[in-house]
Design a protein. Structure first.
Length: 61
């Protein structure tokens, strides 16, 4: 269940570098408490990297 929630959050909400860093910290906590497996942690971490905005989607601060 936590895996699906994190995946959905990454796909829909993690747009800024700050949000991705925060989610990476959450993923570590979820793995340490056995909410997600190490394999799921790696998969979700890879999703965070691939969710980087493209040139035309770059967010202006």
């Amino acid at each position: 269940m936590m895996y699906e929630l994190c995946k959905r959050q990454i796909e829909n909400r993690c747009k800024t570098e700050k949000e991705r860093e925060e989610m990476k910290q959450f993923l570590g906590c979820f793995m340490m408490t056995h909410e997600i497996t190490p394999e799921q942690y790696i998969e979700l971490s890879n999703l965070l990297v691939t969710s980087l905005p493209t040139d035309h989607e770059t967010i202006q601060a």
